[in-house]
Every structure is written in structure tokens, then in C-alpha cells.
Design a protein around this ligand. Structure first.
Ligand code: GUN
Length: 285
């Protein structure tokens, strides 16, 4: 008996269809959600992500604007652009695609975005509100993961959730969201000494490391729920996750595939946040 596969791609499509209907309703009330994406430089992965965001926006009916700027763009001119977008009442969401070129201070840019337009959920105000369990924009990948678990009615309360990886984008916030769902949370990272012991205890295992076949089925507890956040290119150019899917699938109760798992959910949650932002902006008028 193998694990049930959680197809994020299908769930994402279902949710996008619902959002499309909601946006159509909003437009009847004169509300058109708008997302502005800023892309600096020529990073192929970033370009591909941004394309996915535009495609989703188009499908859902969210207005999307892409501002592409050269790698040499100065920090000052990016800050000025953000200031302009902060003041533009038509813009509900501002997303500056990361990573940024080395000469630009990423945190400074994140902090320049008006928290009411922070659809990435990266601003310290959003992070702080998430930490205290208050309503706010939640970061898209972590929110996508929780939404996938909930779609299968997987209970998190009282479960031991182990998060491998502690990035600001995924590892840290997904652990926080699991804690908010009353899980017992352990983080593992590059300095963890007894990682295999901890992994064996995981009822829910979130793997966000960025290394192909970092986790093998032998390492996990029977019946664990395994969420693979990795996006890696294998030697033959195939997209693969951080988990050896075939071996893990025989041990897990649920598992997410790569591709077609967490990835499509991330962009879907971005649409969700942009729509919420538009509704909130309208309510404040
Ligand atoms: N780069 C990779 N993932 C993301 C994301 O979710 N948001 C932004 N802004 N940049 C990213």
C-alpha cells in the first residue's frame, strides 16, 4: 500500500476556478484586484516564476502589471518605484521577485513595501502578525502547504511536525503556521546533529532544503505525511524535489509530488492574497 498523493496542481486549479468566479463578482461591484510584479535582471528561474504568476492572474481575472528592470538598477530607484506603487490606489499587491542582485539590500526593499500591499507576507509587520496569530497576509508557499493539508482533512493539532530548512521564505514561516495549528514543531537545519532521530519522530515532515534526494523513505516514520517543497533540476534536466518520491511513497500516508505539488499552490495563494487585499482596500474607502 502506498501513500495517497496530494496533487497540488488539481487543488490549485479548483481554487483558481473559485477565485475566477469571485473576481468576476467583485468586478460587478467595481473592484478589480491588481498585482504589480517587479522583476530585476535576467535570472531564468525568476523569469519562469513570474510567467507563472502572470498566467494565473490572467486566468483568475486579476489585473497584472510586470515591471522589468535591468540588473544595474540602483537600490534608490527601486525604492522610488516602490514608493510610487505604495501610493497608487489601483495597485493592491506589490511583489518584488527575489533574489535581488547583490548590490540591493533585500530586507530594505521588503520593508519599503506598504504592509497593506505585502501579498508575499514578507514584511516584518506581516511576519509579526503571523507570529502572534493575528490576521494578515501569510507567505504564499507556507499557506499553500497548510491549505493542501487541510484539503485532505489532515489534522495538525498535537502532531509532531518537523520542518527541515529554516529559510525566511519557507522553513521558518511554515513552522510558525503549523504551530498556529497547534502542532508540536521541530526545526532541523544544516547544524542539526541528530537529524535522523528527529526525522523518525515526524508525523508531518516538511522538506525545504533545495537538495535532490535529501530524504529517502528509510528515514521517515511509517504513516508520516510528507510535504516536498524542493525544486531542483536533476542531471537529466528533470524537475525533482528534495524527497526520493518512490521510496518515501511506500512509507508515508500522504505525500506531495514534484512537480505538481506545492509549486502550483504558491501562485494560487498569491492570487488569494491579492484578492483579499483588494477587498480590504475597498472596505476601507
Ligand atoms: N522568489 C522565489 N519565491 C518567491 C516568492 O514567493 N516571492 C518573491 N517575491 N520572490 C520569490
Amino acid at each position: 500500500m502506498g501513500a495517497e498523493i496530494i496533487y497540488g496542481k488539481e487543488l490549485a486549479q479548483e481554487l483558481r476556478l473559485k477565485m475566477k468566479q469571485e473576481v468576476s463578482e467583485l468586478k460587478n461591484h467595481g473592484i478589480t484586484p491588481k498585482l504589480t510584479v517587479v522583476l530585476i535582471g535576467e535570472d531564468p528561474a525568476s523569469k519562469s516564476y513570474v510567467k507563472g504568476k502572470q498566467k494565473a492572474s490572467e486566468y483568475v481575472g486579476v489585473d497584472s502589471d510586470l515591471i522589468e528592470l535591468p540588473t544595474e538598477t540602483s537600490e534608490q530607484s527601486l525604492l522610488e518605484l516602490i514608493d510610487k506603487l505604495n501610493q497608487d490606489k489601483a495597485v493592491n499587491g506589490i511583489l518584488v521577485q527575489l533574489p535581488l542582485p547583490n548590490h540591493i539590500d533585500e530586507q530594505k526593499i521588503i520593508e519599503a513595501i506598504d504592509p497593506s500591499k505585502d501579498v508575499d507576507g514578507f514584511h516584518p509587520v506581516s511576519v509579526g502578525r503571523m507570529l502572534t496569530g493575528k490576521e494578515t497576509f501569510l507567505p504564499c508557499t507556507p499557506l499553500g502547504i497548510i491549505t493542501m493539508l487541510k484539503s485532505k482533512h489532515i489534522s495538525m493539532e498535537g502532531k509532531h511536525a518537523v520542518v527541515i530548512g529554516r529559510s525566511n521564505l519557507v522553513g521558518k514561516p511554515v513552522g510558525q503556521l503549523l504551530l498556529n495549528e497547534n502542532a508540536t514543531v521541530t526545526y532541523c537545519h544544516s547544524r542539526t546533529t541528530n537529524m535522523n532521530e528527529v526525522i523518525k519522530m515526524a508525523d508531518i515532515l516538511i522538506v525545504a532544503v533545495g537538495k535532490e534526494t535529501f530524504i529517502h523513505g528509510d528515514q521517515i516514520k511509517k504513516g508520516a505525511v510528507v510535504v516536498d517543497v524542493g525544486v531542483n533540476r536533476s542531471e537529466n534536466g528533470k524537475l525533482v524535489g528534495d524527497v526520493d518520491f518512490d521510496s518515501a511513497k511506500d512509507k508515508a500516508s500522504y505525500i506531495t509530488p514534484v512537480p505538481g505539488g506545492v509549486g502550483p499552490m504558491t501562485i494560487t495563494m498569491l492570487m488569494h492574497n491579492t484578492i483579499q487585499s483588494a477587498k480590504l482596500a475597498h472596505a476601507k474607502r
